[in-house]
Design a protein around this ligand. Structure first.
Ligand code: G6P
Length: 614
């Protein structure tokens, strides 16, 4: 949700910033802007639209300089236009700010500042923030960094900010609360990079510092100081990140989403590596040790997440309950946090998040923690806020996911949650050793089966061409495949803007069946499992009403192909792991339909990958 980049060093700041913003564009693409300093004056250039529009706009402008910052926006306060685009000036134009997050008390602050004579040009909370900082700076007569620190004690909300000052053309000040911020340290500490995540940084350095909540970083020339909001000095904790440039480039694919779909055999293999060795009866998540006794003795698990991660939680509910016989509740993080949930000391809460930055999930964790729960974080982004806020957890190791619609992160989440369920079942003895071994072997073979599933791509392309102009789509599944239906519908909605709904197949007769006519494509996930016979009846109910049926079936099925319009065969696996295979044709279907409709698959309208606002 908004991407921010800052640079100070010997390079052309503009080049580093524009490149960095392009890497962060998945976080929002309503507008983009840049601020640079030349002759003790801040120059701001900003434009509605994508970073490429900004790049075009500044082609013939004076963009020289070795210090600057840039922003790519996902609009919260104020419509996406040139004026509301960041950076924003302070009243005197001596300061400029970029911001990711929301300032909740901005209206009160704005009123007070207006009474003092401040004039605002935009509708943003961000402009209020920088005016407020300047007001403190002028009236308290302190240093700029002190003014930033004092402002942090008074603003309410979430932010990651970077501030430039015309009076100090060799200084960048950055601060965070609730929104992520990473500082990259260049060779010999001769340059510094600031960004919302590490992707704009790894081209230049692997050495990074993740700023913690309520900390501010002051970079003066080659010197970096980190302070807390209480004004204590913090010794920087420098980490080396293990991310390669190729991982964040398209590598010949038209879109990141397609690349990420095809990466799944490898990403799942990476996720299972070392954690699952069927021949040795070994299944373990190294990051869940200290609290493992809480886990196996838990009376119930509560899973929280948003979007696709919530869908992974729904699948996990089936897997964990079946394997471990421990009850599971799955909740939207946004609902959980606002309904005064009953949490007992020692309850185990599993938070699932690709980005590790989703504001609602983070807030749900904080609430559960404050009531004594143990938090296990299942995150993809290493060092992310949720990973750090959790007591223990497991990374999904899917590698950077850049397409806004989540694909490989989802299947990696399912793989980790399957490992978790097996590991708990083994410790509790809720599965026999034979069942356990069978399941371990099945899970181990999933990467190969995913690779086999991907071979259906040309067939899905054909089916997509048939349905690309549909106005509605229904996805139906039962049991383990019900959350897959939800995920399939979400993928289509997100990137092709076709209205789609996922439903438990049996629920169809309580409403959605009224929608079915010869125009209505209905996608059944009808693999060979315990509810197969029931879903066959549901398919017949749709066919009887002339719906167009696409069925995802287990290879070798001879019954369903005779009943439906289009068949997609996927390999057999254990029922619990079927969602990992079954979701793949749905990812491809959404992808091809979106491409055929001319949609920007990686950056669908109004969406952002990392939702750091509530
Ligand atoms: C956004 C993304 C989704 C993602 C959801 C939760 O809506 O567009 O792809 O599933 O946030 O994000 P998280 O990073 O917590 O998994």
């Amino acid at each position: 949700m908004c991407g921010i980049v800052g640079y100070i060093g010997n390079r052309e700041a503009k080049d580093v910033i524009i490149k960095g913003l392009k890497r962060l564009e998945y976080r929002g693409y309503d507008s983009a802007g840049i601020a640079l300093i030349d002759s003790n004056e801040i120059h701001i250039y900003k434009k509605q639209g994508k970073v490429a529009d900004l790049e075009n706009f500044i082609k013939d402008k004076n963009t020289a300089g070795n210090i600057g910052m840039g922003h790519t926006r996902w609009a919260t306060h104020g419509e996406p236009n040139d004026i509301n685009a960041h950076p924003h000036f302070s009243q005197s134009k001596k300061l400029a700010i970029i911001h990711n997050g929301i300032i909740e008390n901005y209206a009160t602050l704005k009123k007070e500042l207006e009474q003092k004579g401040h004039t605002f040009f935009s509708q943003t909370d961000t402009e209020v923030f920088i005016h407020f900082i300047e007001d403190i700076w002028e009236n308290v007569g302190c240093s700029l960094e002190e003014a930033v620190r004092l402002s942090m004690t008074q603003v309410v909300g979430a932010y990651a900010i970077v501030i430039l000052s015309a009076d100090y053309p060799d200084q960048l000040i950055a601060a965070r609360k609730g929104s992520p911020l990473v500082i990259g340290i260049g060779k010999n500490q001769e340059e510094y990079f600031i960004a919302s995540d590490a992707t704009p940084i790894i081209e230049y350095t692997q050495e990074v510092i993740y700023l913690n909540d309520e900390e501010l970083a002051i970079i003066k020339g080659k010197e970096l100081t980190i302070k807390s909001i209480q004004d204590t000095l913090i010794a920087p904790y420098v980490q080396t990140i293990d991310m390669q440039l190729e991982e964040i480039e398209k590598g010949g694919y038209d879109f990141f989403m397609l690349k990420e779909i095809f990466e799944q055999p490898n990403s799942i293999r990476d996720c299972l590596r070392g954690r699952l060795i069927p021949d040795k009866d070994h299944v373990a998540l190294g990051g869940i040790r200290k609290y493992f006794s809480n886990v196996i003795n838990a009376q119930r698990f509560i899973i929280v997440g948003c979007g696709t991660s919530w869908h992974a939680g729904l699948v996990a509910e089936y897997i964990i309950e079946e394997f471990t016989r421990i009850p599971v509740e799955v909740e939207y993080a946004s609902e959980f946090r606002y309904r005064n949930p009953i949490i007992h000391k020692g309850d185990v809460v599993i938070a699932i998040s690709q980005s590790g930055e989703t504001a609602d999930t983070l807030a749900a964790i904080e609430l559960a923690k404050s009531r004594g729960a143990i938090i296990l974080g299942i995150c993809n982004v290493v060092g992310s806020s949720i990973a750090r806020a959790s007591h223990e957890g497991a990374y999904t190791h899917a590698g950077p996911e850049i397409g806004v619609a989540s694909t490989k992160a989802f299947t990696a989440q399912l793989a980790v949650l399957s490992l978790f369920a097996l590991m708990v079942a083994k410790a509790k003895g809720t599965l026999s050793i034979f069942q356990l071994r069978d399941l371990m072997r099945e899970l181990d073979q999933i990467p190969e089966k995913v690779a086999e599933t991907l071979k259906i791509n040309p067939q899905i392309q054909h089916i997509s061409s048939v349905f690309k102009d549909a106005h509605n789509f229904l996805y139906l599944g039962r049991g383990y495949n019900f959350p897959v239906a939800l995920e399939g519908a979400l993928k289509l909605k997100e990137i092709s803007y076709i209205h789609a709904e996922g439903y438990p197949a049996a629920e169809m007769k309580h409403g959605p069946i009224a929608l079915i006519d010869e125009q209505m494509p209905v996608c059944f996930i009808a693999t060979r499992d315990s509810s197969y016979d029931k879903i066959v009846s549901n398919i017949q109910e749709v066919k009887a009403r002339k719906g167009k049926v696409i069925a995802i079936v287990t290879k070798g099925d001879t019954l369903i192909p005779k009943m439906v319009d289009y068949v997609i065969e996927i390999p057999y696996t254990a029922e619990a792991f079927m969602p990992i295979l079954a979701v793949i044709p749905l990812q491809l279907l959404a992808y091809h339909i979106a491409v055929m409709r001319g949609c920007n698959v990686d950056q669908p309208r109004n969406l952002a990958k990392s939702v750091t606002v509530e």
